[in-house]
Design a protein around this ligand. Structure first.
Ligand SMILES: Nc1ncnc2c1ncn2[C@@H]1O[C@H](COP(=O)(O)OP(=O)(O)OP(=O)(O)O)[C@@H](O)[C@H]1O
Length: 260
Protein backbone atom coordinates (compact mmCIF):
# COMPACT_ATOMS: atom_id res chain seq x y z
CA UNK A 1 0.00 0.00 0.00
CA UNK A 2 2.71 2.49 0.98
CA UNK A 3 5.44 1.13 -1.22
CA UNK A 4 6.97 3.79 -3.45
CA UNK A 5 8.23 2.40 -6.70
CA UNK A 6 9.97 3.74 -9.78
CA UNK A 7 9.28 1.63 -12.86
CA UNK A 8 11.72 2.06 -15.77
CA UNK A 9 11.94 5.80 -15.11
CA UNK A 10 13.59 8.05 -17.65
CA UNK A 11 13.95 11.76 -16.90
CA UNK A 12 15.32 14.65 -18.92
CA UNK A 13 16.65 18.04 -17.89
CA UNK A 14 16.87 20.34 -20.86
CA UNK A 15 18.54 18.41 -23.64
CA UNK A 16 20.09 15.89 -21.26
CA UNK A 17 18.73 12.45 -20.37
CA UNK A 18 19.55 12.27 -16.69
CA UNK A 19 17.80 9.03 -15.65
CA UNK A 20 17.88 6.06 -17.96
CA UNK A 21 15.41 3.34 -17.01
CA UNK A 22 15.59 3.33 -13.22
CA UNK A 23 13.70 0.57 -11.35
CA UNK A 24 13.69 1.06 -7.59
CA UNK A 25 11.35 0.52 -4.68
CA UNK A 26 11.26 1.47 -1.04
CA UNK A 27 9.00 -0.42 1.34
CA UNK A 28 7.45 0.60 4.67
CA UNK A 29 9.93 0.02 7.49
CA UNK A 30 12.94 0.50 5.25
CA UNK A 31 15.67 3.12 4.98
CA UNK A 32 16.96 3.08 1.40
CA UNK A 33 20.09 5.17 0.84
CA UNK A 34 20.51 6.47 -2.69
CA UNK A 35 24.18 7.06 -3.38
CA UNK A 36 26.30 7.92 -6.40
CA UNK A 37 28.91 10.38 -7.61
CA UNK A 38 28.15 14.08 -8.26
CA UNK A 39 25.79 14.49 -11.17
CA UNK A 40 24.70 10.82 -11.25
CA UNK A 41 21.00 11.74 -10.97
CA UNK A 42 20.14 11.27 -7.27
CA UNK A 43 18.33 14.58 -6.79
CA UNK A 44 16.59 14.15 -10.12
CA UNK A 45 15.27 10.72 -9.13
CA UNK A 46 14.05 12.08 -5.81
CA UNK A 47 12.29 14.94 -7.61
CA UNK A 48 10.44 12.54 -9.89
CA UNK A 49 9.29 10.66 -6.77
CA UNK A 50 7.42 13.68 -5.41
CA UNK A 51 6.32 14.97 -8.81
CA UNK A 52 8.54 18.06 -8.80
CA UNK A 53 9.74 16.73 -12.14
CA UNK A 54 7.69 14.73 -14.64
CA UNK A 55 9.09 11.47 -15.86
CA UNK A 56 9.92 11.36 -19.55
CA UNK A 57 9.07 7.66 -19.65
CA UNK A 58 8.12 5.08 -17.04
CA UNK A 59 5.97 5.61 -13.97
CA UNK A 60 6.24 6.24 -10.23
CA UNK A 61 3.68 4.41 -8.11
CA UNK A 62 2.62 4.69 -4.48
CA UNK A 63 0.93 1.41 -3.65
CA UNK A 64 -1.23 0.77 -6.70
CA UNK A 65 -1.54 4.43 -7.70
CA UNK A 66 0.43 6.22 -10.37
CA UNK A 67 1.49 9.37 -8.48
CA UNK A 68 0.78 11.52 -11.52
CA UNK A 69 -2.94 10.75 -11.00
CA UNK A 70 -3.06 11.58 -7.28
CA UNK A 71 -4.69 14.73 -5.99
CA UNK A 72 -2.07 17.19 -4.76
CA UNK A 73 -3.33 17.01 -1.17
CA UNK A 74 -3.30 13.19 -1.12
CA UNK A 75 0.24 13.23 -2.45
CA UNK A 76 1.27 15.78 0.21
CA UNK A 77 -0.32 13.68 2.96
CA UNK A 78 1.47 10.55 1.84
CA UNK A 79 4.91 11.83 0.88
CA UNK A 80 7.03 14.17 3.00
CA UNK A 81 9.98 15.88 1.39
CA UNK A 82 13.06 17.47 2.94
CA UNK A 83 15.32 19.35 0.55
CA UNK A 84 17.90 22.11 0.92
CA UNK A 85 16.25 25.31 2.23
CA UNK A 86 16.79 28.35 0.04
CA UNK A 87 18.83 30.85 2.07
CA UNK A 88 16.50 33.76 1.36
CA UNK A 89 13.32 32.24 2.83
CA UNK A 90 12.55 34.68 5.67
CA UNK A 91 9.56 36.26 7.37
CA UNK A 92 8.59 33.07 9.17
CA UNK A 93 9.77 31.74 12.49
CA UNK A 94 11.18 28.25 12.78
CA UNK A 95 7.96 27.06 14.46
CA UNK A 96 5.74 28.62 11.79
CA UNK A 97 7.81 27.08 9.05
CA UNK A 98 7.68 23.61 10.61
CA UNK A 99 3.94 24.04 11.19
CA UNK A 100 3.49 24.33 7.42
CA UNK A 101 4.19 20.58 7.38
CA UNK A 102 0.75 20.13 8.98
CA UNK A 103 -1.04 21.89 6.09
CA UNK A 104 -1.98 18.72 4.15
CA UNK A 105 -3.85 17.50 7.25
CA UNK A 106 -5.99 20.67 7.50
CA UNK A 107 -8.97 21.67 5.42
CA UNK A 108 -8.86 24.93 3.51
CA UNK A 109 -8.71 27.84 6.02
CA UNK A 110 -8.92 25.45 8.97
CA UNK A 111 -6.72 26.69 11.81
CA UNK A 112 -3.94 24.57 13.25
CA UNK A 113 -5.24 22.81 16.35
CA UNK A 114 -3.75 21.50 19.59
CA UNK A 115 -2.74 18.22 17.94
CA UNK A 116 -0.86 20.08 15.19
CA UNK A 117 0.92 22.19 17.78
CA UNK A 118 1.83 19.09 19.80
CA UNK A 119 3.29 17.38 16.72
CA UNK A 120 5.32 20.49 15.87
CA UNK A 121 6.62 20.84 19.43
CA UNK A 122 7.68 17.19 19.47
CA UNK A 123 9.40 17.37 16.10
CA UNK A 124 11.25 20.57 17.03
CA UNK A 125 12.56 18.84 20.11
CA UNK A 126 13.63 15.74 18.16
CA UNK A 127 15.74 17.73 15.71
CA UNK A 128 17.13 19.99 18.45
CA UNK A 129 15.36 23.20 17.41
CA UNK A 130 13.31 23.94 20.54
CA UNK A 131 15.60 26.78 21.58
CA UNK A 132 15.35 28.35 18.12
CA UNK A 133 11.58 27.92 17.67
CA UNK A 134 10.82 31.66 17.68
CA UNK A 135 13.81 32.74 15.58
CA UNK A 136 13.26 34.09 12.05
CA UNK A 137 14.47 31.70 9.34
CA UNK A 138 16.75 34.43 8.02
CA UNK A 139 18.71 34.29 11.26
CA UNK A 140 19.73 30.65 11.00
CA UNK A 141 22.92 28.91 10.01
CA UNK A 142 23.01 26.44 7.10
CA UNK A 143 22.81 23.43 9.42
CA UNK A 144 19.93 24.94 11.39
CA UNK A 145 18.01 25.63 8.17
CA UNK A 146 18.66 22.07 7.11
CA UNK A 147 17.09 20.80 10.33
CA UNK A 148 14.06 23.05 9.80
CA UNK A 149 13.51 21.44 6.41
CA UNK A 150 13.71 17.95 7.92
CA UNK A 151 11.44 18.96 10.81
CA UNK A 152 8.79 20.26 8.39
CA UNK A 153 8.82 16.94 6.52
CA UNK A 154 8.55 15.02 9.81
CA UNK A 155 5.68 17.23 11.02
CA UNK A 156 3.77 16.04 7.97
CA UNK A 157 3.86 12.50 9.47
CA UNK A 158 4.07 11.04 5.98
CA UNK A 159 4.00 7.37 5.05
CA UNK A 160 6.93 7.94 2.72
CA UNK A 161 9.79 10.30 3.52
CA UNK A 162 12.13 11.60 0.81
CA UNK A 163 15.21 13.45 1.98
CA UNK A 164 17.90 15.02 -0.18
CA UNK A 165 21.24 15.12 1.60
CA UNK A 166 19.72 15.63 5.07
CA UNK A 167 23.12 15.54 6.77
CA UNK A 168 24.59 18.37 4.66
CA UNK A 169 25.88 21.24 6.82
CA UNK A 170 25.23 19.29 10.01
CA UNK A 171 27.83 18.78 12.71
CA UNK A 172 28.51 15.16 13.63
CA UNK A 173 26.16 15.09 16.62
CA UNK A 174 23.26 16.38 14.53
CA UNK A 175 24.10 14.00 11.67
CA UNK A 176 23.81 11.07 14.08
CA UNK A 177 20.63 12.53 15.60
CA UNK A 178 18.93 12.83 12.22
CA UNK A 179 20.05 9.42 10.97
CA UNK A 180 18.97 7.87 14.28
CA UNK A 181 15.58 9.55 13.83
CA UNK A 182 15.25 8.02 10.38
CA UNK A 183 15.89 4.57 11.84
CA UNK A 184 13.25 5.22 14.51
CA UNK A 185 10.69 6.32 11.89
CA UNK A 186 11.44 3.29 9.73
CA UNK A 187 10.86 1.03 12.72
CA UNK A 188 7.45 2.71 13.09
CA UNK A 189 6.65 1.79 9.46
CA UNK A 190 7.71 4.81 7.40
CA UNK A 191 9.31 4.13 4.00
CA UNK A 192 12.41 6.32 3.70
CA UNK A 193 14.39 7.19 0.58
CA UNK A 194 17.39 9.35 1.37
CA UNK A 195 20.25 10.60 -0.78
CA UNK A 196 23.58 10.60 1.04
CA UNK A 197 27.10 11.47 -0.02
CA UNK A 198 28.62 10.01 3.10
CA UNK A 199 29.03 6.34 2.20
CA UNK A 200 30.11 5.49 5.76
CA UNK A 201 26.90 6.89 7.23
CA UNK A 202 24.87 5.23 4.49
CA UNK A 203 26.54 1.88 5.24
CA UNK A 204 25.80 2.09 8.93
CA UNK A 205 22.27 3.52 8.87
CA UNK A 206 20.53 2.09 5.80
CA UNK A 207 18.82 -1.25 5.28
CA UNK A 208 19.24 -1.09 1.51
CA UNK A 209 21.46 0.93 -0.77
CA UNK A 210 20.97 1.88 -4.39
CA UNK A 211 23.87 3.12 -6.49
CA UNK A 212 23.28 5.50 -9.37
CA UNK A 213 25.99 6.09 -11.93
CA UNK A 214 25.39 8.40 -14.86
CA UNK A 215 21.63 7.95 -14.67
CA UNK A 216 21.75 4.16 -14.44
CA UNK A 217 21.03 2.11 -11.37
CA UNK A 218 24.09 -0.11 -11.13
CA UNK A 219 23.41 -1.92 -7.83
CA UNK A 220 20.65 -2.37 -5.24
CA UNK A 221 20.74 -4.45 -2.07
CA UNK A 222 22.08 -4.50 1.46
CA UNK A 223 25.15 -2.29 2.03
CA UNK A 224 27.48 -5.29 2.32
CA UNK A 225 26.29 -6.83 -0.94
CA UNK A 226 26.25 -3.53 -2.84
CA UNK A 227 29.48 -1.96 -1.64
CA UNK A 228 31.89 -4.50 -3.05
CA UNK A 229 35.47 -3.23 -3.47
CA UNK A 230 35.19 -3.44 -7.28
CA UNK A 231 32.08 -1.24 -7.35
CA UNK A 232 33.57 1.24 -4.88
CA UNK A 233 36.62 1.58 -7.10
CA UNK A 234 34.75 1.74 -10.41
CA UNK A 235 31.93 4.10 -9.39
CA UNK A 236 33.41 6.17 -6.57
CA UNK A 237 37.12 5.84 -7.32
CA UNK A 238 37.96 4.76 -3.78
CA UNK A 239 39.72 1.84 -2.18
CA UNK A 240 37.30 0.72 0.53
CA UNK A 241 35.39 -2.25 1.89
CA UNK A 242 32.54 -2.94 4.31
CA UNK A 243 33.33 -4.47 7.69
CA UNK A 244 30.48 -6.26 9.48
CA UNK A 245 31.04 -6.56 13.21
CA UNK A 246 29.81 -9.50 15.28
CA UNK A 247 26.77 -7.54 16.51
CA UNK A 248 25.81 -6.91 12.87
CA UNK A 249 26.91 -3.26 12.85
CA UNK A 250 28.42 -2.28 9.49
CA UNK A 251 31.17 0.22 8.89
CA UNK A 252 32.99 1.28 5.74
CA UNK A 253 36.77 1.13 5.90
CA UNK A 254 38.07 3.75 3.45
CA UNK A 255 41.77 3.36 2.63
CA UNK A 256 42.14 6.13 0.03
CA UNK A 257 41.75 6.69 -3.68
CA UNK A 258 41.46 3.56 -5.82
CA UNK A 259 44.57 4.27 -7.89
CA UNK A 260 46.71 5.80 -5.18
N1 LIG B 1 18.61 22.39 -15.17
C1 LIG B 1 19.41 21.47 -15.71
N2 LIG B 1 19.53 21.35 -17.05
C2 LIG B 1 20.31 20.42 -17.62
N3 LIG B 1 21.02 19.53 -16.89
C3 LIG B 1 20.94 19.57 -15.55
C4 LIG B 1 20.13 20.55 -14.88
N4 LIG B 1 20.24 20.36 -13.55
C5 LIG B 1 21.09 19.33 -13.38
N5 LIG B 1 21.51 18.85 -14.58
C6 LIG B 1 22.40 17.72 -14.82
O1 LIG B 1 21.68 16.53 -14.50
C7 LIG B 1 22.56 15.55 -13.96
C8 LIG B 1 21.98 14.97 -12.68
O2 LIG B 1 21.91 16.00 -11.70
P1 LIG B 1 21.46 15.67 -10.22
O3 LIG B 1 21.37 16.96 -9.51
O4 LIG B 1 20.24 14.80 -10.25
O5 LIG B 1 22.69 14.80 -9.70
P2 LIG B 1 23.07 14.37 -8.22
O6 LIG B 1 23.46 12.92 -8.29
O7 LIG B 1 22.00 14.73 -7.26
O8 LIG B 1 24.37 15.26 -8.01
P3 LIG B 1 25.09 15.83 -6.69
O9 LIG B 1 25.67 14.64 -5.98
O10 LIG B 1 26.17 16.68 -7.26
O11 LIG B 1 24.09 16.57 -5.86
C9 LIG B 1 23.91 16.23 -13.81
O12 LIG B 1 24.72 15.81 -14.89
C10 LIG B 1 23.61 17.69 -13.92
O13 LIG B 1 24.70 18.37 -14.51
Amino acid sequence: MNRLRAHAVHARLGPRTVLRGVDLQVAPGQVLALVGPNGSGKTTLLRTCYRALSVHAGVITLGDDDISTLHRRDLARAIGVGVQEPASLGGLTVRESVQLGRTPHRRWHQAFDAQDRAVVTEVLSKVGLTELADRDLLELSGGERQRVSIARALAQQPRVLLLDEPTNHLDLRHQLTILGLLRELAEQGTAILVTLHDLSMATTYSDQMAVLDDGLLVAVGTPETVLQPDLLAAVFGVNAHVITEKQGRRTLDIRGLANA
